[in-house]
Design a protein around this ligand. Structure first.
Ligand code: GLU
Length: 450
């Protein structure tokens, strides 16, 4: 469609060198074609031209002192992308790969993901190129405080509510919350993913992983299948991967892999969840330690599997759950998965499959749950945390978990019904993109040109 191509060309010219953002934008814009053709109001109100431009982008310097007393300088980002449906909402990522294009892609995805949850939250994202790996606890604290000493003036419980993402968990949220409170003299739900002692929600930690498996459950139920007794591959070993593995066990599946930035574990007996939690949540160690406690498992360092791409995705499985990072599953991996009989790919990470891999999954009509639908459980429970903070109430684990399950079912139904409406019943990429976009676009039209 010429109109969409022109917008895309303009984007590339005016926001150069933002490859991940172009990738995310292209996927969405292409899916919108049938909607735009059928409903002229979106073109008339220039919704696409408006929605691809963040409402506000904040770029700032973060100075901090390392343990040797040396000055360190990092970049800080917060992109407040769209507030048509509610306060900007989305995580903060601390990782050396972070740059303006990565934050923009994540923020863009977040708009549609948050819309799909059916909750009143807009889209935003932020972070830093700071690398938490190998830093002492004091260094983490000083960095978080320095980061918040600028960010605090831009956020607030009804303005913009950051949370965690890669490299940002309860510890970092705690240090940032402390600094926010000190600077503003306000004890409010300005961050989610807080510790349970002081305003956090039960089941927030588990939410992205649990939600991803709930999504797979509904997707598979639709074709009369279940996860029971099925071999599953999981990548990653952070929060999302750990609780994906936990929920897979709850549903009787057998998760046999996980990975980190240095290598992967294949444990045919099933990943030892307690061991994984001990290594990653408590001790923050490399996965290479896993085989010391479980010698029957196999550890492959990344250097080895990069050569032959004998990686997480090369093992035969029924379902795959990419829970590590963007573009971790490429076309070769996708072909290998399908060759080995994989029937379901459900994304816990943001944009983990490359565009050609996504196209192949859609073309083969396997049960494919795109990240912006399948990993929306985390941000959904963040919104439930905001609701509990605002009402000064605390819900039980079961209450939150039941709500999460209901939200994931609803997201699946919305994406699936929308896919059917546009005559591509198994295409949840199209369904999720159109459903998310439509909700935001209609709100933007109703709220006028602001
Ligand atoms: N970083 C998570 C995501 O990608 C959670 C965001 C949030 O809870 O605000 O959706």
């Amino acid at each position: 469609m010429e109109y969409i191509k022109e917008i895309f060309k303009y984007l590339k010219r005016t926001s150069p060198a933002q490859n991940e953002f172009y990738q995310a934008a292209e996927e969405i814009l292409i899916s919108l074609k049938p909607l735009i053709e059928k409903y002229p109001q979106y073109k008339k109100h220039k919704i696409i031209e408006r929605i691809v431009e963040p409402e506000r982008q904040i770029l700032f310097r973060v100075n901090w002192l390392d343990d040797n007393g040396e000055i360190q300088v990092n970049k800080g980002f917060r992109i407040e992308f769209n507030s048509a449906l509610g306060p900007y909402k989305g995580g903060l990522r601390f990782h050396p790969s972070v740059n303006a294009g990565v934050i923009k892609f994540l923020g863009f995805e977040q708009i549609f993901k948050n819309a799909l949850t059916g909750l009143q939250i807009g889209g935003g994202k932020g972070g830093s190129d700071f690398d938490p790996k190998g830093k002492s606890d004091n260094e983490i604290m000083r960095f978080c405080q320095a980061f918040m000493s600028e960010l605090f003036r831009h956020i607030g419980a009804s303005t913009d509510v950051p949370a965690g993402d890669i490299g940002v968990g309860a510890r970092e949220i705690g240090y940032m919350f402390g600094m926010y409170k000190k600077l503003t003299n306000k004890y409010e739900g300005v961050l989610t993913g807080k510790s349970l002692n002081w305003g956090g929600s039960l089941a927030r930690k588990e939410a992205t992983g649990y939600g991803c498996v709930y999504f797979a459950k509904y997707m598979l139920a639709d074709c009369g299948e279940t996860l029971k007794d099925k071999k599953c591959l999981v990548s990653g070993s952070g929060n999302v991967a750990i609780y994906t593995i936990e929920k897979l066990y709850h549903l009787g599946a057998l998760p046999i892999t996980c990975s980190d930035s240095r290598g992967m574990i294949l444990d045919e007996e099933g990943i030892d969840l307690d061991l994984l939690k001990e290594l990653k949540e408590n001790k923050r160690l490399s996965l290479s330690e896993y085989t010391k406690f479980k010698p029957s498992a196999k550890y492959t360092p990344i250097a080895e599997y990069e050569k032959g791409r004998n990686n997480v995705w090369s093992t035969p499985c029924y379902a795959a759950f990419p829970c590590a990072t963007q573009n971790e599953l490429n076309i070769k991996d996708a072909k290998k998965l399908l060759e080995n009989g994989c029937k379901c790919v459900c994304e816990g990470a943001n944009m983990p499959s490359t565009p050609d891999a996504v196209d192949l999954f859609v073309e083969r009509k396997i049960a494919y749950g795109p990240g912006k639908a399948a990993n929306a459980g985390g941000v959904s429970v963040s919104q439930l945390e905001m609701a509990q903070n605002a009402s000064m109430l605390k819900w039980t684990f079961e209450e939150v978990d039941t709500k999460l399950d209901g939200i994931m079912e609803n997201i699946f139904q919305t994406a699936s019904t929308t896919a059917k409406e546009f005559n591509e019943p198994s295409n949840l990429v199209l369904g999720a993109n159109i459903a998310g976009f439509r909700k935001v676009a209609d709100a933007m039209i109703e709220q006028g040109l602001v």
